[in-house]
Design a protein around this ligand. Structure first.
Ligand SMILES: *Cc1c(COP(=O)(O)O)cnc(C)c1O
Length: 443
């Protein structure tokens, strides 16, 4: 596949041009189609996907190189993981980057590097991906759930509200291509004296006032799983500036060892401890490296599509949008509409879907308290669960009624994922469809 043509934009087609010739849509859920101001000519549903859809000759060449050299392990003749780490830290702007096997493991390595374990508390958002919860539990620490705000990320004020003497860190997720409100969050974390983990699994390459996410806290984590911005099927990265955190992360991911490769980068300061084995293999690293070199192109492409969609819907009354703390920095692969009620959001979704507009969340993010792993509160053995300290379970802080702000947001949004394969024409069509549905649902 020629990836350069995949990302090139097709000629801009404006609403009302030939491609949009009036041809009223047979819309069964539409009682008054004749009263709609504009007619929409149905386009085929475009294919979703980010980095995974750009896999092509570059990835093949690097994978073949690994196979030809028969060097599948980074410590046995490999070069790809080291090269990936070097280019990754250049992109993110941190002193160190460490390749690991997944984004979940990246979180576990980050928590371990920070020395977090039983008796410690880690603040995470109530609305999140399962791994953010399980990683904390796996390390034996207590995940403490916080509210989100209209950024769909951690709400400023929550760190201050939830921190106590046992709180060691906050894990801030930069949700779906947008940086959280980092400055207030960093200030709060500093004020209460806790460490900051930036979970960038959904936001590789995103900027916050000129700085890449992952480079602002104490430690940053990334995922290279198939549905993320860039992918090697599975994979993860951990970044940091502090050499002691780096050495601890290296030891955690490699059986407690510090091998000659890493000794060249950092002076040995940490005594050996029992780590796990989360090393990235060279085939994975080869794919990830080829993908990383496509990051800027992907980002520009998605931002351009987002601008087209946003400029055609920004003026619509009654619609609110996701608050983006730094509008220059986001990657723009998902537009969020906030509707006045869940019923109106559902009506939008049904009608947009009928127009072949993809309008569902592309990430498995939900409220931990609504999921089985949280409702049972179990770990692999009962003694390993951090929740046994509570006389009753679910305890306050782990129930739906404890999160009014989050609950008020999450049932009335419509996510509009954009893709590496969408054209400008697709973006114009999405904008026209939203206007059309708005005129039907909110008139
Ligand atoms: C995907 C994801 C992870 C975990 O990454 P995996 O590579 O799937 O293990 C962690 N945090 C967030 C926010 C994610 O979206």
């Amino acid at each position: 596949m020629n990836t350069s043509t995949t990302l090139s934009s097709s000629p801009q087609i404006t609403i009302g041009d030939q491609a949009m010739t009036p041809q009223p849509l047979a819309h069964t859920t539409e009682p008054a189609a004749s009263s709609t101001p504009s007619a929409i000519s149905l386009r085929p549903r475009p294919r979703l996907g980010l980095g995974a859809t750009l896999i092509g000759e570059e990835e093949k060449a690097l994978v073949l190189d690994v196979l030809q050299r028969q060097a599948l392990n980074r410590y046995q003749g490999g070069t790809m993981a080291a090269q990936l780490e070097e280019e990754f830290r250049e992109v993110i702007g941190t002193r160190f980057a460490l390749a690991v096997t997944s984004g979940t493991v990246a979180l576990e390595v980050a928590l371990a590097a920070l020395g977090i374990g039983p008796g410690d508390e880690v603040i995470i958002t109530a609305w999140g991906w399962v791994a953010c919860f399980t990683a904390v539990v796996r390390l034996g620490a207590l995940p403490v759930l916080a509210e989100i705000d209209d950024t769909f990320c951690l709400a400023p004020g929550e760190i201050t509200r939830l921190a106590n003497e046992r709180t060691k860190a906050v894990a801030i997720v930069h949700y779906q291509g947008v940086a959280a409100a980092m400055q207030p969050l960093l200030d709060e974390a500093a004020a209460v004296g806790i460490k900051v983990i930036e979970d960038c699994a959904q936001s590789l390459g995103v900027l916050y006032h000129g700085q890449r996410v992952g480079s602002m806290g104490d430690i940053g984590t990334y995922s290279l799983q198939h549905s993320k911005t860039l992918t090697s099927g599975e994979g993860g990265m951990v970044v940091m500036n502090d050499p002691i955190l780096y050495e601890r992360a290296v030891r955690m991911h490699d059986l407690g060892l510090l091998r000659p490769y890493h000794e060249k980068l950092v002076e040995r300061q940490v005594p050996a401890f029992s780590g796990s084995q989360f090393r990235m293999n060279e085939l994975t690293a080869a794919v990830a490296l080829a993908q990383l070199r496509k990051l800027d192109r992907l980002r520009e492409h998605c931002r351009n599509l987002q601008q087209i969609v946003m400029s055609s819907i920004r003026d619509l009354p009654g619609l609110a949008f996701r608050h983006i703390p730094d509008p220059q920095g986001d990657t723009g692969f998902e537009v969020y509409l906030q509707l006045p009620t869940p019923a109106i959001a559902e009506a939008f979704r049904t009608r947009l879907d009928a127009l072949n507009v993809n309008c569902h969340q592309t990430t498995g993010t939900y409220c931990h308290y609504a999921r089985e792993y949280c409702q049972t509160g179990l770990a692999h053995t009962s003694t390993a669960s951090p929740f046994t300290q509570f006389p009753q379970w679910p305890a306050p802080g782990y129930r739906q009624e404890d999160f009014p702000r989050t609950e008020a947001l999450i049932h009335r949004f419509v996510a509009l994922p954009l893709s590496a394969l969408y054209t400008e024409e697709d973006a114009h069509y999405i904008g026209a469809c939203i206007r059309h549905v708005h005129s039907q649902v909110m008139a």
